[in-house]
Design a protein around this ligand. Structure first.
Ligand SMILES: [Fe+2]
Length: 344
């Protein structure tokens, strides 16, 4: 496996790049905006294709690189289902898996630092965000933080992992780079408590100053900007209500870009075809299955995904490939459900 740890010295943030092989798909965890050029340089050097960029939670101390990575690589942007961040194109929840070619992460909901905090688990290591740090834990005094929820996340989930599991956190302020579950159980001073009450007491009395960037970073990270705004402006979008009338039309092909687990969990639009977003490029180029479908049958391609973000990028790619009738459902499956669209 290719595994790289990057450090942003301004915010003391760690960012992780994962891939199963040179030339393969890659995933990045907690990218920092100012470091995006560096990540992309390494991604090019290792001949990787960035397909997913993940934030463990809404960061208060730096601006996320999710938007810039989306704009420059058309990757899928991922956060937990609680996230209200606009740039997110795929939301995951406890028990799901986050997959790229050759790498599959278990999704653990670990709230407490914030109410949208997630950890991502591989067989030998876990990315803990700000839930569990090296000899510390993430503060719980803002962004709907909750020390009791954090105690449950740490003691009820993370510390139940095998002792040898490596911990890769989102931050370290002392220069440590990695720890293990066993080490943190034994030596993390915050974890040497006898009860949830004692833990809450410790966390409620830290009296930390707010992060320097907080007033800038939180609003900036909430509204990074949508891919679908430009697509709407170009007239390549239909509303969910308009899409209702297109369903079942013989000259329309509805294409679902979501992944299998999203379809199973949330349902699909009846009669739609499945073409997962990461493989889209090969399907829309001349000779690709969607290109053939559109040119041979004259069908209008209507993409949809979860929230309209992946499908907006797909419309742009399809238009670039010459599929001039391609459009998408603005707001995606979420908007479809809101207007009472039928589900399979
Ligand atoms: Fe944080």
């Amino acid at each position: 496996m290719i595994f790289r740890q990057f450090f942003d010295s301004v915010s003391s943030t760690y960012t992780y790049l994962l891939a199963s092989r040179r030339g393969g798909e890659a995933l990045i965890v907690d990218p920092v905006l100012e470091k995006v050029d560096r990540y992309l340089q390494l991604i090019t050097e290792l001949d990787l294709k960035l397909v997913k960029a993940v934030d463990t939670h809404l960061h208060a101390d730096h601006i996320t690189g999710l938007g810039a990575l989306r704009d420059r690589t058309q990757c899928i942007t991922v956060m937990g289902e609680q996230s209200g961040v606009d740039v997110v194109s795929m939301r995951v929840s406890e028990g799901e898996r986050l997959d790229i070619e050759g790498v599959s992460l278990d999704v653990l909901y670990t709230p407490g630092h914030t109410d949208d905090s997630y950890s991502f688990l591989l067989p030998d290591r876990v990315f803990t965000g700000d839930t569990l740090l090296i000899r510390g834990t993430g503060r719980t005094d803002f962004q709907n933080g909750n020390p009791r929820a954090q105690y449950e996340s740490i003691f009820g989930k993370l510390l139940k992992l095998p002792d040898e599991t490596m911990i890769f956190p989102a931050h370290d302020y002392k220069g440590d780079t990695v720890s293990t579950i066993g080490e943190e159980k034994a030596f993390n001073p915050r974890l040497q408590v006898r009860s949830v009450d004692e833990y809450a007491d410790v966390m409620n009395n830290l009296n930390l100053p707010n992060p320097k960037m907080m007033d800038v970073a939180i609003p900036a990270n909430m509204r990074v900007g949508l891919a679908q705004e430009e697509i709407r402006r170009r007239g390549w979008a239909v509303t969910a209500t308009e899409a209702l009338a297109l369903m079942g039309q013989p000259d329309v092909a509805l294409i679902d870009l979501r992944e299998k687990h999203e379809r199973e969990r949330h349902g699909v639009i009846p009669g739609s075809l499945h073409a997962p977003y990461p493989d889209l490029q090969e399907k829309i180029r001349p000779g690709g299955i969607l290109n053939d479908l559109a040119s041979a049958t004259g069908k209008r391609i209507v993409f949809y995904c979860a929230f309209g973000e992946r499908s907006a990028m797909a419309v742009q790619a399809a238009q670039d490939a010459g599929l001039s009738s391609a459009c998408h459902i603005d707001g995606g499956f979420s908007a479809w459900k809101k207007v009472g669209g039928p589900l399979d």
